[in-house]
Design a protein around this ligand. Structure first.
Ligand SMILES: *Cc1c(COP(=O)(O)O)cnc(C)c1O
Length: 422
């Protein structure tokens, strides 16, 4: 057998492409495709093409000021303050492309979904899924999950708006598998979906019973899990030290899909740590049905959001949690915060507790550190440039350093010194 007849391994070929700067999972796919095509030498060209297919600044020399394929109006950036992008342009063949071809597929890869679609927020994602997959049909929901997420977003009203019929099962505190089965098998029932809604912003404790997605998947109709927070993977491979203890039992996209959910919906700007967006991820045929529904056009995001979400997705694929502001701040060691608190040189260093907020992980606290200044100085701190927003507890103003960028420590120190001066 000649040396040249033996193809390189996928891993070796992918490693040889590291210089392209693309995340490892993308390089593995490129290497696999090159080997499958019997043309390993094409790997570098394929990697370059994959890089070029990402959303990026382009120079619009068309003279068309609002070019549809270049994201219409230019956005802030570049030398003279504005730039176009390849939002709907395929740089490979010069034809019209889809804005959904980047952030969505990258996120799908990061959570093990077949396909994903990006819309404006998670509320929009839920509305779209219900309208596209359950219009004029029954949707079974536990009475314990008929929740208000916030801002008046109430599951029964959203269901009604999307043209689906709500079938409530169980009770506020206890819903069993048999309740779901009975609703699906009831005479005249036409169940399009079973909907599971994560009670993101509150907890019911005590005499409770709920049914896990894995069990619901056996009932029959596709299970849609509105997990809300956008935790991509419970194993948090983007964090060197693994899942932090405060993550508790937050449902994650990868595990919920692996457990049998046909679709998950989640926010871009909660635990995902990206821009405001909503993601529908899961079975390719169901995501495709959502993508081709007329509402998808009304709910589509623009290039600023898709560009920021693409960067977030690439960071997950690089397993680089430090590149995602939320995860970097949330996992800073308390000792580092204590050192910064001492170095501020103003106020009294104190232990405090951060929270994730945004309607996620209610009751969960992350140990933190900051400084305290006697008295309520909130108004004076807000009046500063840049404004400083602080908490007051028992007549003491507390600044938690976990959420302060280290580059702003000097500014915070000056602000506290100014307001604390007698
Ligand atoms: C936060 C949340 C929503 C709403 O998400 P937005 O992105 O703010 O629209 C919907 N469902 C669940 C379970 C949530 O936690």
């Amino acid at each position: 057998m000649s040396e040249t007849a033996r193809p390189p391994s996928v891993d070796a070929l992918a490693r040889s492409l590291a210089g392209t700067g693309l995340p490892q999972p993308m390089l593995v796919e490129v290497a696999r495709a090159a080997i499958a095509a019997g043309d390993p030498a094409s790997a570098l060209r394929r990697a370059a093409a994959a890089g070029r297919s990402l959303l990026q600044p382009v120079i619009n020399a068309t003279g068309v000021l609002l070019h549809t394929n270049l994201g219409r109006a230019p956005v802030p950036g570049a030398s003279d303050g504005t730039r176009y992008s390849n939002l709907e342009l395929d740089l490979e063949d010069g034809r019209r492309g889809s804005r959904q071809d980047r952030a969505g597929p990258l996120l799908a890869r990061a959570c093990g979904a077949e396909r994903a679609l990006v819309v404006n927020n998670c509320a929009a994602a839920v509305v779209l899924v219900l309208a596209a997959l359950a219009r004029d049909r029954d949707v079974v929901v536990s009475r314990g999950e008929l929740v208000e997420i916030g801002g008046g977003f109430r599951i029964p009203e959203v269901l009604a708006q999307s043209g689906a019929r709500l079938v409530e099962v169980g009770t506020t505190n206890r819903t069993r598998l048999a309740d779901y089965r009975a609703a699906v098998q009831a005479p005249g029932a036409d169940v399009g979906l079973v909907l599971k809604v994560h009670a993101s912003n509150y907890r019911i404790s005590g005499f409770t019973e709920t049914v896990e997605v894995a069990a619901l998947a056996g009932v029959g109709p596709p299970v849609v899990a509105d997990i809300g927070s956008g935790l991509l993977d419970a194993a948090t491979p983007w964090l060197a030290d693994g899942p932090p203890p405060w993550l508790a039992n937050e449902p994650a996209a990868r595990q919920t899909l692996a457990g049998g959910a046909a679709l998950v919906t989640f926010s871009g700007d909660k635990l995902l740590g990206g821009p405001q967006a909503g993601i529908v991820a899961g079975r390719a045929d169901l995501v495709a049905a959502c993508a081709s529904h007329p509402l998808a056009r009304a709910l589509r995001p623009g290039s600023l959001v898709l560009g920021a979400l693409q960067e977030t997705a690439l960071a997950y694929l690089r397993r680089d949690g430090a590149a995602i502001g939320f995860w970097r701040m949330a996992t800073l060691p308390v000792a580092d915060l204590e050192a910064r608190a001492a170095a501020l040189g103003v106020g009294r260093p104190v232990a405090c507790a951060s929270v994730t907020g945004g309607g996620t992980l209610p009751g969960v606290e992350i140990p933190s550190a900051g400084v305290a200044v006697e008295g309520d100085h909130r108004a004076a701190l807000r009046a500063r440039t840049p404004p400083v927003v602080a908490r007051v507890a028992e007549g003491v103003t507390v600044c938690d350093l976990r959420t302060v960028a280290p580059a702003d420590d000097a500014e915070l120190s000056a602000a506290l010194a100014a307001v604390a001066r007698p």
